[in-house]
Design a binder for this molecule. Structure first.
Ligand code: FES
Length: 202
């Protein structure tokens, strides 16, 4: 395992296969192009999104690799990744279902949607099914409030005005699709473990 204390600038092995590497590199170049060369580190959030899109979540070696590419201390990447709840620090299933729990969706019955989803998948929010096929999450406002209740599937697909019928159809359709292979463990190590207070935010 590559430690988050890896010296800044030390080469770190890529977590990507060649196809993932190509997409990551292309995306990173586009992100770098948005900033002056002396501020390339500002592309950190974009780089983490790119890595997560490829691997499903951010393991410790992945964070160390992103740090290497942006010439940042690994622990700085860890701090950012754990501050933003949109970055996943645990392995996920091949299909991720995020049920919005913010006010408009809540008023339109998102609690029932979440409960029904949990029932159908046999897991609680935050868990992954034993076969690695589904992860169920509660997520904050998806900016689809006018079409509440809303669900985000696999980071990019919106399902709006969700009702029991459309939810059952969604799960049935996803069960029939193999989904994208996600990176396995190991989990990141918390460099602040044992200290008081939490670095996890949103
Ligand atoms: S409250 Fe659910 S999308 Fe905004």
């Amino acid at each position: 395992m590559i430690s988050l204390s890896t010296a800044q600038g030390a080469p770190v092995a890529s977590p990507f296969n060649p196809e993932q590497q190509r997409r990551f590199d292309e995306g990173l170049e586009k992100a770098f192009a948005k900033y002056p060369s002396e501020y390339r580190r500002a592309a950190l959030l974009a780089a983490l999104h790119l890595a997560q899109d490829e691997l499903g979540w951010l393991s410790e070696p992945t964070m160390a690799y992103v740090a290497f590419r942006l010439d940042l201390p690994s622990v700085r990447v860890w701090e950012v990744a754990t501050f933003c709840s949109m970055y996943r620090k645990r392995p996920v299933g091949r299909h991720q279902i995020g049920v919005c729990n913010s006010v408009s969706c809540w008023a339109m019955g998102s609690e029932k949607v979440l409960a029904r989803c949990a029932d159908m998948l046999g897991i609680r929010p935050g868990e992954t099914t034993q076969d690695g096929q589904f992860t169920l999450e509660e997520v904050a406002c998806l900016a689809a409030c006018g079409y509440a209740p809303a669900i985000l599937v696999n980071n990019f697909t919106y399902v709006e005005n969700v009702n029991q019928e459309s939810l059952e159809r969604l799960i049935r359709d996803l069960r029939a699709q193999p989904g994208k292979e996600m990176a396995p463990g190991p989990l990141p190590v918390d460099p602040y473990a044992g200290q008081t207070g939490s670095t996890e935010g949103h």
